[in-house]
Write a protein that binds this ligand. Structure first.
Ligand code: CAA
Length: 240
C-alpha cells in the first residue's frame, strides 16, 4: 500500500531532506511551504514532489491545505511537523510579536496539523506523526525563550497525543535535532556558532539527511511499537 505524507516546511533544509527520504521509501509526499513560490516550483521541478502552499500557524489554512492534498493524492497517513522559524533575541530585546510568531508557527502548527489529520488516521487505524523538536527545547538556549518554549512544548504535545493515538494505530514521536547545517543555523552569528560547534562532541554540525533517516524509520511499518519517544540526533551535544 502506498502511504501519503505531508511534510510541513518540506521544500528546504531539514524538511526537504525528509521529503526526499520518505519519497525514497515509496511514500507519496506532499511538501508544504509558506513562503517563496519560485523556490517551491524549483523544488518540485528538481524532485518531482508536489508542493502545497499554506501557513501552518493558520488553523483554517491547515484544514484547507490538508483537503487540497487529500483531493490530489489521497488520505493522509503520515504528518511530519517540521515547519519552524527563529526570532532570536534576549528577553529584554524580544517583542511580543517575536514571541507570538514563533509559538504560533512552531507549536501552534503542530496542533493545527494534528487537528486536520489525526481524525482520519484514527478512523483508518493507521498513522504516523513525527514532530521536529530541538536540542534547544530540551536544554534551553540563551536568546531563545520563544523557540525553546515552543520546542519544549512540542515534546510535551508529542507525549500527550501519543497516549491518545496508541490504541488506534497512530504513533506520535519527536526528533530533537541538534545544530544542523541549514540556513537557520547559518543565520547564527559566526562567532557564536563557532563556540556552539566547539561543544559538539562529534566535532561538526549535523547534516539534514541524518535527521531525515530517523524520521523515515519512525514512519516505517517497523516503527509501530515506538510511540511517545524523542530521538535526539545532536552529535552528543546534549544527552537527555
Ligand atoms: N551564555 C551567557 N551569556 C551569553 C551567551 C550565552 N550563551 N550568549 C551571549 N551572552 C552574553 C554576551 O556575552 C553579552 O554579554 P555582555 O553584555 O556582558 O557583553 C550579552 O549576553 C549580550 O550578547 P550579544 O551582544 O550577543 O546580544 P545580542 O542581543 O546581540 O544577541 C543573541 C543575542 C541573538 C541571542 C545572539 O547571541 C545569538 O544569535 N545567539 C545564538 C542563539 C542560537 O543558538 N540560536 C539557534 C538558532 S538555530 C536553531 O534554533 C535550530 C535548532 O533547533 C538547534
Amino acid at each position: 500500500m502506498t502511504r501519503v505524507a505531508i511534510v510541513t516546511g518540506g521544500t528546504r533544509g531539514i524538511g526537504e531532506a525528509i521529503s526526499l527520504a520518505l519519497r525514497d521509501t515509496g511514500v507519496t509526499v506532499a511538501a508544504n511551504y509558506a513562503g517563496n513560490d519560485e523556490r517551491a516550483h524549483a523544488f518540485t521541478n528538481r524532485t518531482g514532489i508536489a508542493a502545497f502552499k499554506w501557513d501552518v500557524a493558520d488553523f483554517d489554512a491547515c484544514q484547507e491545505g490538508v483537503n487540497a492534498v487529500e483531493t490530489a493524492l489521497g488520505p493522509i497517513d503520515i504528518v511530519i511537523n517540521n515547519a519552524g522559524i527563529t526570532r532570536d533575541g534576549t528577553l529584554l530585546k524580544m517583542t511580543y510579536h517575536m514571541w507570538k510568531e514563533v509559538i504560533d508557527t512552531n507549536l501552534g502548527g503542530c496542533f493545527n496539523m494534528a487537528k486536520a489529520t489525526f481524525p482520519g488516521m484514527r478512523e483508518r487505524k493507521w498513522g504516523r506523526i513525527v514532530n521536529i523538536g530541538s536540542i534547544n527545547g530540551q536544554a534551553g538556549q540563551y536568546g531563545q525563550v520563544n523557540y525553546a518554549a515552543a520546542k519544549s512544548g512540542i515534546h510535551g504535545f508529542t507525549k500527550a497525543l501519543a497516549q491518545e493515538g496508541a490504541k488506534v494505530g497512530v504513533t506520535v514521536n519527536a526528533i530533537a535535532p541538534g545544530y544542523i547545517d541549514t540556513d537557520m543555523v547559518a543565520a547564527v552569528p559566526a562567532d557564536v556558532l563557532e563556540k556552539i560547534v566547539a561543544k559538539i562532541p562529534v566535532g561538526r554540525l549535523g547534516q539534514a539527511h541524518e535527521i531525515a533517516r530517523g524520521v523515515a524509520f519512525l514512519c516505517s511499518e517497523d516503527g509501530g511499537f515506538i510511540t511517545g519517544s524523542t530521538l535526539s540526533i545532536n552529535g552528543g551535544q546534549h544527552m537527555y
